[in-house]
Ligand binder design. Sequence first.
Ligand SMILES: [Zn+2]
Length: 138
Amino acid sequence: MASLDRIRTHGFRRWYERQLIECHAWLVSWFLGVIVLVSGVEIAGPGGGSRMGGVGLIVGGLAVTLYSWMRYRLLLEIAERLGEQAACPSCAAYAKFSIEASGPNPMPDGGDPALENHGGGIWLRALCRKCGGRWVLK
Ligand SMILES: [Zn+2]
């Protein structure tokens, strides 16, 4: 996962910040999709210009709206889930860890079924840079 590689190279804080920026860019594109969708309804309706053009805008706006909303929710949920677990359980240092291993696959000891639906079973094995403690973010 390219996104998770950014945690290794830039650190968790920068990854988290970028993740939030990216997911809010998807929120902006969702809003633009809503504008296109409403414009299509206006154009296709009675007294509007071209019915076919309006239907095209409705379909395009709907596709952009749905896809953007799914991306926004997914990226935000992954960022929030990993962010909640970014504190070392031993010394409580926040986001001061390096990644020993990661995967898009479920953990060998059986994954959380909720992860399969949201985020593709992302997990990270973290090593605290402060105290050397190890834990898994999933
Ligand atoms: Zn620690």
